[in-house]
Design a protein around this ligand. Structure first.
Ligand code: FAD
Length: 398
């Protein structure tokens, strides 16, 4: 089967890329190959469903540029295709004196990234937004919203298919071979050839990349994020979204309260090492994947640098009391019995050999391939912008 472009991975990034390729050139023959029987079954379908504003990211970084541009593209897409979303706003809350400087840095970054109407809040002003929150200062971010990313991805897929794009579900890519001017992608059911392969395989993006290029020298480390839900009768405690000030040394935002697009309030996610790349439960262990993680030199360096933070996250994973304590920093009246076990997602976090957890998006191209190797949060928000970038790169190659 001959195509112009083969995309591996039917998550938000792969499907948005497919859509942007068709938008740029409707005559392109594009196929998306996804190993699951549905789209968005991994990171895209198991995340916090937040439309991020771009406030956190270093001005000029790919995350900053793609988040804000992606935010606008996503809202346009949702409006045009009747995907429900809500711009409910959020607050970021400092609970300790040492967080005030970080809060100011976040505020400045937001302004440099072009966000309008951000507001610094004093302790008493926090209550205007969230009456049950306790903090010493905060930021109100009016742009933040919520959307169901599974619904978004399904809509990406249906628009792509209505434009003549092909979606092959239930086919796992097992090998990729480069020819002189084409690439061959092999699944358990078929063999596909194309001028270009785009790798959007999320938790397996490093493995797919290694099949064809030596340029990618990162390992995906899977970090599970576990959620609790607030009992229905306690949902009144949270009006919108409430975030802590994130630890600047860690690429995760810290446990927060999020109102959900379909109703209800989620609390989390934490960030614990998953013992399998698709390890959604504590008991999910894949010995070969775990062995690879432990053997990666960068991972051993992370352990030596962040063992204390990591142990804290593990403790919160096994102890509901410890998880509740983290939430109580933001909302003292929360009790353990207010929380019921929710779902989990696994983040694909690229780690280099020196122990750096890559903060920015990483896209690497080589002969007949473009590899999206690090697309952590806010890549669901940014998916159409990342897709546009990849489509621009692809245009030069086709
Ligand atoms: C707990 C959590 C909370 C998050 N919260 C937010 C948030 O609120 N807002 C936000 O913007 N972002 C958030 N993110 C990040 C966001 O979900 C991801 O950045 C985004 O979904 C990445 O999309 P993707 O398409 O790259 O990956 P995925 O959605 O993981 O898709 C990759 C796809 O590739 C497929 N695949 C893998 N290997 C193969 C193979 N060999 N053959 C065929 N198919 C293959 C997989 O089955 C999968 O469907 C969160 C992530 C997590 C885990």
């Amino acid at each position: 089967m001959q195509y112009d472009v083969i995309i591996v991975g039917g998550g938000a990034v792969g499907l948005a890329t497919a859509l942007q390729l068709k938008n740029q050139n409707p005559s392109l023959k594009v196929v998306v190959i996804e190993k699951e029987s549905v789209v968005a079954n991994h990171q895209t379908g198991n995340n916090s469903n937040v439309i991020h504003s771009g406030i956190y990211y270093k001005p000029g970084s790919l995350k900053a540029k793609n988040c804000i541009h992606g935010y606008n593209l996503l809202l346009d897409f949702c409006r045009k295709n009747e995907v429900p979303f809500e711009l409910c706003g959020k607050i970021i809350v400092a609970t300790e004196e040492k967080e005030i400087a970080l809060l100011k840095t976040i505020f400045d970054r937001g302004q440099q990234n072009g966000l309008q109407n951000l507001k610094m809040l004093k302790a008493e002003q926090l209550k205007d937004y969230e009456p049950h929150v306790a903090g010493i200062a905060g930021i109100h971010v009016p742009q933040t919203g919520i959307v169901d990313y599974r619904v978004v991805a399904e809509k990406y897929a249906s628009v792509f298919q209505s434009q003549g794009g092909e979606l092959r579900l239930g086919e796992k890519v097992s090998d990729i071979k480069l020819g002189s001017d084409q690439v061959t992608v092999i699944t358990q059911k078929a063999t596909y050839t194309a001028k270009l392969m785009v790798n959007c395989a999320g938790l397996y993006s490093d493995k797919i990349a290694r099949l064809t290029t030596k340029k990618v020298d990162v390992k995906i480390i899977p970090f599970r994020g576990e959620y609790y839900k607030l009992r229905k009768e306690k949902e009144y405690l949270v009006k919108t979204l409430i975030y802590p000030v994130p630890d600047p040394n860690f690429p995760f935002l810290g446990v927060h309260f999020t109102t959900m697009p379909g109703g209800g309030v989620e609390c989390g996610p934490n960030a614990v090492l998953a013992f399998a790349r698709e390890g959604y439960k504590k008991s999910d262990i894949n010995l070969s994947e775990l062995g690879e993680t432990l053997a990666w030199p960068g991972f051993r360096k992370i352990v030596s640098k962040y063992w204390k933070t990591g142990l804290g996250e593990m403790h919160r994973s096994y102890s509901k009391a410890a998880f509740t304590k983290a939430l109580q920093k933001l909302m003292p009246e929360i009790r353990e019995e207010d929380l019921i076990v929710g779902g989990a997602g696994v983040r694909a976090q690229a780690c280099d050999r020196t122990g750096g957890l890559l903060d920015d998006f990483l896209i690497v191209d080589d002969k007949q391939t473009i590899n999206v190797c690090n697309a952590p949060s806010p890549a669901a928000t940014s998916s159409l912008a990342i897709g546009e970038t990849v489509a621009d790169w692809a245009k030069k190659r086709l």
